[in-house]
Design a binder for this molecule. Structure first.
Ligand code: PGA
Length: 241
């Protein structure tokens, strides 16, 4: 699997109208190619209004771990399924820290998503303190083990996003990413995933200036991009690089 993913995580930005206008600008210059996969993750409201566009896929940013029921304000996997999306982000560090999402809940989400044929984009990563204490690799391996515990291996995207690199302008080094990707690959194989069942992405302050260097990381299959994906021209330039 050697295509490169460019996954835009828009977080709580862009209304449905703004999302549509981004897509129009983006598609007016984007050259689709076999070796690139562009995935946009706007709000669920935007997803419900956008429909299909040739050359790009869509993903959600979260799903509830319960199938249905009295969970006010939450979005179920069946609701996502009707949107015909291909992907769903789970376990983003903002959700883990702000909404106390646990590995257990993430495990349930992944199970529901795979049953619904939606490919999970599982985010993992260590804090700055954990990196300083040289336990980052252990943290990431443990996150993979508990988030995937007891699940049957099937297609999944793993996004290595060091928490200290998200939205800070301070991306991980090529060496950091290569080392962690090697740990991730080993752990995934240990958990029963074949090499062609998972993709490894890097996320955390990816921009037009560092994307080319990061592309040289070992086992890298693409990027999860926040801030640098919000402007269509900037995102296009990042992908063109
Ligand atoms: P960033 O965000 O590119 O703005 O650092 C990445 C993410 O949170 O997925």
């Amino acid at each position: 699997m050697n295509k490169i993913f460019y996954i835009a995580n828009w977080k709580m930005n862009k209304t449905a109208i703004e999302s549509k206008s981004f897509i129009e600008t983006f598609l007016s210059s984007y050259q689709k190619s076999e070796d690139k996969d562009v995935v946009l993750c706007p709000s669920v409201i935007a997803l419900s209004k956008l429909g299909n566009f040739e050359g790009i896929s869509f993903g959600a940013q979260n799903v509830n771990e319960q199938k249905s029921g009295a969970y006010t304000g939450e979005i179920s996997v069946d609701m996502l399924k009707e949107l015909n999306i291909k992907y769903c982000i789970v376990g983003h560090s903002e959700r883990r820290s702000l909404y106390k999402e646990t590995d257990n809940a993430i495990n349930d989400k992944i199970k529901l998503l795979t049953e619904a044929n939606i490919t999970p984009i599982l985010c993992i990563g260590e804090t700055w303190e954990q990196k300083q204490d040289a336990i980052g690799e252990e943290i990431v391996s443990n996150q993979l083990r508990s988030c995937l515990d007891g699940l049957e291996a099937c297609e999944i995207v793993i996004a290595y996003e060091p928490i200290w690199a998200i939205g800070t302008g301070l991306s991980a080094s090529l060496e950091d990413v290569s080392c962690m990707n090697t740990v991730i690959k080993k752990q995934m194989n240990k958990l029963g995933y074949m090499d062609d069942q998972f993709y490894i992405l890097y996320g955390g302050s990816v921009n037009i200036n560092n994307v080319n260097a990061l592309k040289k990381a070992k086992y890298i299959n693409g990027f999860l991009i926040g801030g640098a994906s919000l402007d269509a021209d900037n995102f296009l330039e990042l992908i063109k690089k």
